[in-house]
Design a protein around this ligand. Structure first.
Ligand code: THU
Length: 161
């Protein structure tokens, strides 16, 4: 028997003020994008903004539905939009924020399991890591250097061969 270890490293910043200008602008965009969420059921408005390698910035927000499972997270709305508008364009950095209308919005959130799977496939498809910036409307900011770190031992297209 062998034991293997997966290491997980992330950066922690006290606030948006400690980020580079470019990262701060992207996070600010994600924070503003929370206002475009359609989240009447959860009252949890999520915004995401991506800086593409071509310099474009695209944003997305969560879109819910009376039939709850139909709803889409901000990250997957964003990835789908990027894929459709700028086909085959890698994502350099993606920022995520949220506005919880029922409570606190001051700690970072990270993508849900389904979104982790989507981010992972986008990285693999474009052969480019996606930096991820995670925060709320204020407070601490987490940064990871690639999205696939969030999903070790993942299922990928390689497994289908
Ligand atoms: N949600 C996102 O959009 N992204 C996440 O990373 C976590 C959750 C959405 C899904 C749902 O519309 C609401 O937040 C509450 O779960």
């Amino acid at each position: 028997m062998k034991q293997k270890e997966v290491q997980f490293v992330y950066e922690v910043y006290n606030s948006i003020k400690s980020l580079t200008k470019s990262d701060a602008a992207l996070l600010e965009n994600a924070r503003k994008t929370t206002a475009t969420a359609y989240a009447p059921y959860s009252n949890f408005q999520v915004g995401a903004a991506a800086l593409l390698v071509n310099g474009e910035i695209v944003h997305g927000s969560n879109q819910e539905n009376a039939s709850y499972p139909v709803g889409l997270c901000a990250e997957r709305v964003l990835i789908s939009a990027i894929s459709a508008i700028y086909p085959n364009t890698a994502i350099h950095t993606l920022a995520i924020s949220y506005h919880n209308l029922n409570g606190d919005s001051s700690h970072p959130i990270s993508p849900c399991g389904i979104c982790r799977q989507s981010l992972l496939e986008y990285e693999a498809r474009l052969k480019h890591p996606i930096r991820v910036i995670m925060s709320g409307m204020e407070g601490k900011v987490f940064v990871i250097s690639n999205a696939s770190m969030l999903l070790p031992l993942s299922f990928t297209s390689e497994d289908l061969k």
